[in-house]
Design a protein around this ligand. Structure first.
Ligand code: 5GP
Length: 120
């Protein structure tokens, strides 16, 4: 069961500019900023501008343009950060078993070192 979107979740506030962040990239569909508690030398979060709780919600409800725009933005951030040649990791936590803490879809980009087989 997907939760209703909470307009006051922390990433909604960051998107509105009500809370500060360290921006990395922005376009029509996506916003990227540094994670406040980095789990790798480079740890960026990419979020869609639309109000979607999770990857599940986004993939079910977003328009094709939003989905394409968001996925292209994730790739662009990684390229802009010179992550492609050394390699990097994408992660999206969904719901309770996934350990999702913030109910606005976010894709984690981890890089800057060998990440091992999996992050805890
Ligand atoms: P989740 O566990 O939901 O996949 O990841 C949430 C992420 O958001 C965590 O990595 C956490 O450090 C990050 N985070 C939580 N609150 C804030 C905040 O206020 N600003 C930023 N930049 N990151 C946050």
């Amino acid at each position: 069961a997907t939760l209703p979107y909470d307009e006051n979740n922390i990433f909604a506030r960051i998107l509105r500019g009500d809370l500060p962040s360290k921006p990395v990239y922005e376009d029509e569909f996506a916003f990227a900023f540094h994670d406040i508690n980095p789990q790798a030398p480079l740890h960026i979060l990419v979020i869609p501008k639309g109000a979607y709780v999770s990857w599940d919600d986004f993939s079910a409800r977003a328009s094709d343009a939003e989905i394409a725009g968001f996925i292209r933005a994730v790739g662009k951030v990684a390229r802009d950060q010179q992550l492609v040649e050394p390699g990097y990791r994408l992660l999206a936590n969904i719901g309770g078993h996934g350990g999702q803490e913030v109910p606005h879809l976010h894709v984690h980009i981890f890089g800057g070192q060998w990440l091992g087989p999996m992050l805890a």
